[in-house]
Design a protein around this ligand. Structure first.
Ligand code: M6R
Length: 618
């Protein structure tokens, strides 16, 4: 989704903004723009397409000033072209704005300005620049900070907004409501950005604005108020990611780098989870932040897991773990559906909201819907200080480090690990497992990173398979039990970066309809580890093969020999240290397969078409 970066107080502010936009490219966008404020005029350059187009245009029109603001736009209102790209100016060129989110009442606001007013774009955002400029004209002694606060009272929708005004050449004014915005000040330079990735090259000491907060940023410092002008505190924190983690480090793509980072990411997520409450007491599994009494978990009688996309698939594994270890019934639900029905939620319902970014609007809204009904909410997130993490009653962080590729990989495997930890934690809190059983199981999970290293050695074999299957018309992924979420994740990964038609089904459901799609030339990817559902998977493999499909089976050491008799190709994974840890291993060949298919087809792996990394609109 859209990205924002603003800098004030550096001679090379425009270069800094372009670098910041580069670090925000991963969010997904279709146009980019920048404005500089040199105290005489606001100069805007913006272009449809990739950042390179903007950089070329900036080269043709060199801009220099100590205050600049940049934006990458992911189109919602109006086509992705030059005129709809941000920043937007008011007609007199006095105020410029960039905006993430949606101004829902923009048509009403446009109409309120009268028939004579011309708009230079089709966006919902431009009207905000007009309103602020009008406010400055109307109130002779108003400054930008005051004028923005007055206008905010009229806006409906979600926004992070950043303004510059020609009369105030060293100031950025920013406002946040239901879309993330981070501010920072270091060495006499003020910054704002839509996420920390754009700031970590400058500072790791940042503050996230909370809903309804407005800030004035200048080289002297940052002042934060509410919309009425009363001084308030944002959420200040230290970012524990270093710059190298957000760079490719020799890999061709972020996605490939992130796939290879999974052993470390899983190890980091498992690290230091056992703590003794007092000397001599047995060590107990702990969450990172818990703002509810642990005893409350004994009273939980139902769990909802809410998430979107890949995080939802991790939640499906979470369901198996919680039901198995903690014995509580679990529903897994697409977050965007949950709040528009009447879910039965009460204080005895535990809600687990999973989001890599912690900024997915659907997941945040679903969790807050549950909290309104007094259900405790635990967040699983990869981003410390994210909105979801801040608003939840408890947090379990996945320590995957920054995930830049749009296609989620290391976030997924660490989310599964977090779900396994949460299943054990709930079992411990409810007395379903002895502390020794919890620590024994944790000991087994600690073998996952080594097993992942072994799986990554299959890369060469997977690349050859990808070459062979890269032009297949239709791919069906099938699995049962813990294999089903991975089949779904495999299909999502393949479609999002290679644009091939791929779907996933529970293997047992195929005969109820989907098998009609199978014909000569179809590819079926079957998750078939050794275990209690293996014989059923073998039957399903035979059924699709009999109808002309090629079968690529993902087996484990205990199942491969038999699979070789039924499948065209077999990949052999090590036996997982626990059946519920199997998905962490079996997803990796599917991630690599998608990656190699997409690169063989020449697709833009890290920034696939139409997709955004963080989905901050509904
Ligand atoms: O940040 P989140 O985990 O909330 O994001 C949820 C989905 O948008 C995300 O997992 C998406 O499906 C990925 N592109 C999948 O690779």
């Amino acid at each position: 989704m859209c990205g924002i970066i603003g800098i004030t107080g550096r001679d090379d502010a425009v270069d800094g903004v372009v670098n910041g936009l580069r670090r925000l490219e991963y969010r997904g966008y279709d146009s980019a723009g920048a404005v500089i404020n040199d105290g005489r005029e606001l100069r805007v350059v913006k272009r449809a397409g990739k950042l390179g187009e903007l950089v070329k245009a900036l080269g043709d029109t060199p801009l220099s000033a100590s205050t600049a603001l940049g934006h990458t736009r992911w189109a919602t209102h109006g086509a992705p072209n030059d005129r709809n790209a941000h920043p937007h100016l008011d007609p007199s060129g006095r105020v410029a704005v960039v905006h993430n989110g949606i101004i829902e009442n923009y048509q009403e606001l446009r109409a309120s300005l009268g028939d004579g007013v011309r708009f230079a774009s089709d966006t919902d955002s431009e009207v905000v620049a007009h309103l602020v400029a009008d406010e400055l004209d109307r109130t002779q002694d108003a400054d930008l900070f005051t004028a923005v606060r007055t206008v905010l009272a009229r806006l409906k929708g979600a926004y992070s907004l950043c303004f510059v005004a020609v009369d105030d050449p060293t100031t950025l004014v920013v406002a946040k409501y239901e879309a993330p915005l981070i501010v920072a000040h270091a060495d006499g330079v003020g910054y704002c950005a839509s996420d920390v990735a754009a700031l970590i090259e400058h500072t790791t000491e940042v503050a996230a604005l909370l809903d309804g907060q407005v800030a004035r940023i200048s080289p002297d410092g940052i002042e934060v108020t509410d919309v009425d002008g009363a001084s308030v505190e944002p959420h200040r924190y230290t970012v524990d990611w270093d710059l190298s983690a957000a760079e490719k480090q020799g890999y061709d793509h972020f996605m490939l780098k992130e796939i290879h980072e999974q052993p470390q990411a899983v190890a980091d997520t498992l690290l230091d989870r056992l703590n003794a409450p007092a000397p001599g007491q047995p060590a107990r599994l702990t969450l990172d932040e818990l703002r509810i009494d642990e005893g409350e978990f004994g009273r939980i009688d139902k769990v909802f897991i809410l998430a979107c996309g890949t995080s939802l698939h991790a939640g499906m594994v979470g369901k198996l773990a919680i039901e198995h270890w903690a014995g509580i019934p679990v529903d897994v639900e697409v977050a965007s559906e949950f709040r528009y029905r009447d879910p039965i939620v009460d204080p005895h319902t535990l809600v687990i909201a999973i989001s890599q970014s912690g900024e997915t609007i659907d997941t945040i809204a679903a969790a807050s819907h549950a909290r309104d009904q007094r259900a405790p909410v635990i967040a699983i997130s990869n981003v410390v200080g994210s909105t979801l993490a801040r608003e939840a009653d408890g947090v379990l962080y996945t320590h995957a480090g920054p995930e830049v590729a749009v296609a989620s990989t290391k976030a997924f495997t660490t989310q599964i690990v977090a779900c396994l930890l949460l299943g054990l934690y709930l079992a411990q809190a409810r007395g379903r497992l002895y502390t020794s059983e919890v620590s024994d199981t944790l000991g087994r999970l600690e073998q996952i990173p080594a097993a992942l290293e072994q799986v990554l050695e299959l890369d060469g074999q997977i690349r050859e398979l990808a070459e062979r299957y890269k032009d297949v018309d239709y791919t069906m992924f099938i699995g049962r039990h813990a294999g089903l979420p991975i089949a779904m994740e495999g299909a999502l990964k393949l479609k999002e970066i290679s644009y091939l038609h791929a779907e996933a089904f529970p293997a047992g459901e195929m005969k109820h309809g989907p098998i009609a799609l199978i014909e000569d030339g179809s590819l079926v990817v079957a998750l078939a580890p050794a275990g209690h559902v293996f014989p059923k998977m073998v039957s399903n493999i035979q059924e699709v093969r009999a109808r002309g499909a090629s079968v690529l089976a993902i087996g484990t050491e205990g199942s491969t020999e038999e699979l070789k008799a039924h499948a065209d190709d077999v990949l052999t994974l090590p036996e997982p240290p626990h059946e519920l840890a199997g998905p962490v291993l079996s997803v990796v060949p599917l991630q690599l397969f998608s990656y190699h298919v997409a690169t063989a087809r020449g697709e833009d792996v890290d920034q696939p078409r139409n997709l955004a990394k963080t989905v901050t609109v509904e």
